[in-house]
Design a protein around this ligand. Sequence first.
Ligand code: FAD
Ligand code: E1W
Length: 467
Amino acid sequence: MAQQPITLIGGGLVGALLAQQLAQRGFAVEVYEKRPDPRLTGFLGGRSINLALAERGLQALRTAGLADDVLQRAVMMRGRMVHALDGNSGLQRYGVDDSEVIWSVSRGALNMLLLDAAEAAGVQFHFGQSLVSADFDAQRIRLADASGVERDSPVGMLIGADGAGSAVRAAMNAHSPLGERIESLGHGYKELEIPPAGELPDAVRQSSGGHDQFALEPHALHIWPRGGYMCIALPNTEGSFTVTLFLPAQGTAPSFATVPDATAAAAFFSEQFPGLLPLIPRFNEDFDSHPVGTLSTLYLERWHLDGRALLIGDAAHAIVPFHGQGMNCGFEDTVVLANLLAAAPNDSAEVFAEFQRVRQPNANAIAAMALENYVEMRDSVADPHYLAKRELGALLATRAPEHYMARYRLVTFSHVPYAYALERGRAQDALLEQLLRNTPQVANIDLDAAVSLFQSSLPPLPPLRHG
Ligand code: FAD
Ligand code: E1W
């Protein structure tokens, strides 16, 4: 094919997967990535950070022919293991069976696999090259190497996959405002590590369940909900877990301001996460050397500059991580864009406009659901009304599967548009509230009547998967 070459900025998760798919469809693709090649230098100082891969991301990887390779390096998570302050814990399954599970994957290993796949498909990577600015009228970009030396390069179609702090977005915004709004959550995060069980003292190992390699149940996403804040932990293949503390940035309740260093943090953990602290032998070093991450939602009115430039992934729609869908959503983006471009390679203005038309309502919907899920995670996992709704929902999911599916499952295990999941979730929730209005007790509810209510009030669910 003799199309104009495509220039991608950012070889992260979304950039690398998009590049691979475009190359597979016959496009010439060049990628400029700020960081050095992680396959040569290691990823981010070798820290293991992981992410939850769900059905939408997996479906995009299937399209790219990479799903099996990724799953080989992933740890299955069947549900959330909720750890109460009194030390009690219990597994709440995510889905109905092992066909509805999510996967913990290493960010670094996944990124490297995607870089290999993109390169094998013919993509040309330039590492250690960061975009500084873009002159869209002259069709030139300015790049800086690691030592700050700048050079200019001509560019045709430009795609920004350079993450939440996108330089492509800044350049587009300077040319003509994108209607950018960034809403800070006001909470930050800190990553800590639980090493493989073999590296923990015997006394600690025994009190945590006795899974040979892992200090906690390996096949779960662990949550320690504490009202205004929480910890989570996801398993790594080597037997370790990456723990993330989510905490308000400021304020007098525990916050990163009142817990500024390892000494204060260890005292805070011994009160609020007493079972977790002994599993983190390098707590002090981790806490003092890892930065506090910030969390925001990014909303843009416009994702493209006519046919010249487009944003994708976090660069277009960064969200808070509490549904574990940022990467999944970005991966879904890549399939939509690659298909649109392959169908109309010479009409980028139309393709970019259509991409925004299709994806923006869905990005807005997952942004809203991710924010809602933080509150649900932190406190309502223990709230009796929430538990009653879950219990009733679980009964309806078996008795009226065509008319009820929990929103979490629609988001995590189906391909229905996020906007549909949000809307359907609202309608289902209103009916559950109506049924529980006069009794807090699920046992008092006439299930046949409840099934009839759902069947008469809502259309059947659409097909949950495609392709
Ligand atoms: P990024 O991964 O940020 O990649 C951007 C790339 O662009 C990087 O390689 C960067 O070096 C490069 N770059 C930046 N600036 C320039 C420049 N000027 N020039 C050239 N290159 C540049 N999502 C999930 O689906 N599941 C999860 O469980 C999950 N957990 C998360 C937990 C936390 C704490 C956070 C913060 C996010 C989480 N996410 C999760 C979201 C996920 O990390 C992002 O949605 C995903 O990384 C977005 O991919 P991206 O390629 O768009 O951006
Ligand atoms: C998932 C960082 C992150 C990633 C996740 C999830 C959560 C809480 C967080 C949402 C969830 C997988 N979730 N888990 N249990 N209930 N909701 O499903 O990815 Cl904080």
